[in-house]
Design a protein. Structure first.
Lengths: 390, 310
């Protein structure tokens, strides 16, 4: 058992990055990501981490530096939020197209306008289709653990994808939680130094980032698509290996009191812990309510999600972002995932807690109440923004 | 004329080609020639980060490549940042003993659009951070790859598809951005201008840039017959005329000290340079006179700087 220490989640994240012995760090400060880069700067300045650290002039360059570094065979790290991600979004698509492993921690924050530093998932949803492996974690321990998991996974020669860990800004990034740290010897075994299949080096010249005409573009895109989809077994394997090392086992979709539930709450990120409190309260009242938490967002775990939800009568999907003019992005994903099933649950979608609006256990209960009534009355595909003052 | 500007000494260069023949550049492309010479100057121990643009498009149609050295293209505006990452990776991986220690030059290459316009922020950042790399801007004075649109490096008066000569406007109405001066303002160890019409001078500057630790910036005028509406066989001559008229003086700024690579007691009239190019065809004598005056004035400033040494 590792040492259990109370620490800010951002600091724990930085400690994990240090334990991965990363080679190149490149970032630009943006709230609420700042504590991670501040801590990493400190670790490098004190000689606790031997890495090249660059505070670059923009997020666009932050990710570009990581791309160059990863192409030359280094283990690279960046982190950002919101507008910063928007600025680097161009390069997110290129990093995955070039199949360069690296890690980005995204301290999720609202996209402007209006400007807001608080938390929601609108930044993550903007780059939903960028081709990275994307996790949404629920607490500080998961952030810490997934740093190791992400590097080992992304650098696997059968995977070779960059990875994003989404953690809710402030709600996770700025809170102090008990974190069970892992001994360095264990990490060194779990995560050996990065051995790239290909790297930019004069001894074996290669061309990276060639352009493709229509006659060959689709083939390259299909190769990428097949590779990302096929990474699911490797993701499961990596989680299993991690579980064997630490006793903490993760899965693409986690359930809580869901087996016999008629109504299932569906959440992503830090909503999960609050929703589980709400589930406990409702269970006490004898209501058959459970919880399904999506941890793996891309590649989307269709099979695991179906296994976890198809028995339910209704799903109450809580999105922390809105696709303006449509509905919550998680809900639309789920509707698409279940559409082909002969018998499928009704799906009621709430968009809640955007821009950091607090969502308490009682709010989850209210949403379940509302959804159950609406569905009973025949509104099987409802969508609304929860908690708006009118 | 000094020995380094002697065109015949080009035979002393290596016969090895690192930028392979068979690429798809236009006839008479000054940029392809510049890149070929830059690579001859550096040899095999180099890694290139190339911006989107002509050079990227003519050299890398999947699954082919013209590059016999490691090469990466990521995007348009971030070449200096990608090169920063490569340089950092080489440094740290050698320090940690994960790759053998040896001198590998990191070379960033971009056109004038990728440098003076969209890439200037990333370039400024990389120069300020002090990475040990060479940045080469191959300046053909417009967005040639997308079809001859004006950039901030397009000279006054030039007609492009977005600064066309019309009844109200006589082509580009702004003066060329002075990128070499902007690079020099970062107080980096080495800045130079070059032109493939002076191949030995170009090669020596690239070698010097590689030897000097820290960032180096080389601005290379690259004649573009397609965009300049000039005869392909005149590319070398046009490059020479650009220098001889003072339109594009060859100089170095080494640790802040200016040095003219070639100084002409009397400059040729700019008209000799202008009259060979269709992009200037519409210019009136008054406009040519204006260009002549400004060219002379700027050349004098450069000469004074050289005398002063800074």
């Amino acid at each position: 058992m590792g040492k259990r220490v109370g620490m800010e989640v951002s600091i724990a994240a930085a400690e994990a990055v240090k334990q991965c012995n990363v080679d190149v760090i490149s970032a630009y400060p943006i709230t609420p990501q700042t504590h991670i880069v501040e801590k990493l700067s400190e670790l490098v300045a004190n000689g606790e981490l031997d890495a090249e650290f660059f505070c670059v002039e923009s997020e666009h360059s932050a990710l570009s530096v990581c791309v160059g570094a990863a192409a030359a065979g280094a283990r690279a790290f960046t982190c950002t939020s919101s507008q910063g991600l928007a600025l680097m979004s161009e390069i997110t698509f290129i990093a995955s197209g070039l199949r360069l492993p690296m890690l980005m921690i995204l301290a999720n924050r609202t996209l402007s306008a209006p400007l807001s530093i608080w938390n929601d998932h609108s930044d993550a949803m903007m780059i939903r289709d960028c081709g990275w492996i994307q996790f949404f974690v629920e607490n500080g321990q998961e952030v810490y653990d997934h740093v190791f998991i992400s590097y080992r996974l992304g650098e696997d020669p059968s995977v070779l994808f960059p990875v994003i860990i989404n953690m809710d800004g402030f709600i996770l990034s700025h809170v102090i939680e008990p974190i069970e740290l892992i001994e360095q010897e264990k990490i060194d075994q779990f995560l050996p130094p990065y051995q790239p299949l290909y790297r930019l080096h004069p001894d074996r010249p290669i061309t990276m980032g060639a352009y493709a005409l229509p006659s060959i573009f689709m083939e390259t895109k299909k190769a990428q698509e097949v590779a990302l989809r096929s990474s699911i077994p490797k993701i499961l394997e990596t989680w299993k290996a991690f579980g064997e090392m630490t006793g903490r086992y993760y899965s693409p979709v986690e359930t809580y009191k869901a087996e016999d539930a008629e109504t299932l709450l569906v959440t992503m990120g830090s909503f999960g812990e609050t929703a589980s409190v709400a589930v406990d309260r409702m269970r006490k009242e004898g209501r058959a309510v459970g919880l399904v938490k999506i941890r793996l967002w891309r590649p989307f775990p269709f099979e695991a999600f179906k296994r976890a939800t198809l028995h339910a009568k209704q799903l109450v999907v809580i999105d922390r972002a809105i696709s303006v003019g449509a509905c919550g992005p998680v809900a639309s994903e789920i509707k698409a995932a279940l559409y082909g099933e002969p018998v499928r649950p009704s799906i009621y979608n709430f968009v809640a807690g955007i821009s950091g609006r607090d969502v308490a256990p009682s709010d989850f209960i209210k949403m379940v109440d509302k959804a159950e009534v609406e569905i009973e009355e025949g509104n099987r595909e409802g969508f609304e923004l929860y908690g708006v003052r009118e | 004329m000094t020995e380094t500007l002697n065109v015949f000494a080009v035979r002393t260069l290596t016969q090895k080609e690192y930028f392979a023949p068979g690429h798809r550049s236009c006839q008479g492309c000054g940029e392809a020639l510049a890149v070929r010479l830059v690579l001859k100057a550096l040899g095999r121990n180099v890694i290139i980060a190339n911006a989107t643009g002509c050079m990227e498009i003519v050299s890398s149609p999947l699954p082919f490549t013209s590059w016999r050295v490691p090469w990466i293209h990521v995007a348009f505006e971030n070449t200096a940042a990608v090169a920063s990452g490569i340089e950092a990776a080489l440094k740290v991986l050698m320090r940690k003993g994960r790759i053998p220690k040896k001198k590998i030059v990191t070379l960033a290459m971009a056109g004038d659009g990728g440098t003076a316009d969209i890439g200037i922020q990333a370039l400024s950042g990389a120069l300020e951070r002090g990475h040990d790399f060479i940045y080469v801007c191959t300046d053909n004075e417009a967005y040639m790859n997308t079809g001859i649109q004006r950039s901030s490096s397009t000279p006054f008066g030039a007609s492009t598809t977005t600064s066309p000569a019309g009844r109200m406007k006589m082509g580009q109405i702004t003066w060329k951005k002075n990128m070499a001066a902007i690079a020099a303002a970062h107080n980096i160890p080495y800045v130079a201008t070059a032109c493939p019409s002076y191949p030995i001078d170009l090669v020596q500057k690239v070698r010097k840039a590689a030897e000097i630790p820290g960032p180096a910036y080389i601005h290379i005028l690259s004649v573009c017959p397609t965009g300049w509406r000039s005869a392909p066989e005149l590319s070398i001559k046009l490059g020479r005329l650009a220098v001889e008229t003072g339109i594009f003086p060859l100089y170095e700024v080494e640790y802040g000290r200016y040095h003219l690579s070639i100084d002409f007691p009397k400059l040729k009239p700019v008209k000799e340079y202008i009259k060979l190019q269709g992009r200037f065809r519409h210019l009136t004598d008054e406009m040519i006179e204006e260009i002549q005056d400004r060219t002379q004035r700027e050349y004098e400033i450069l000469r004074e700087r050289m005398k002063r040494g800074f």
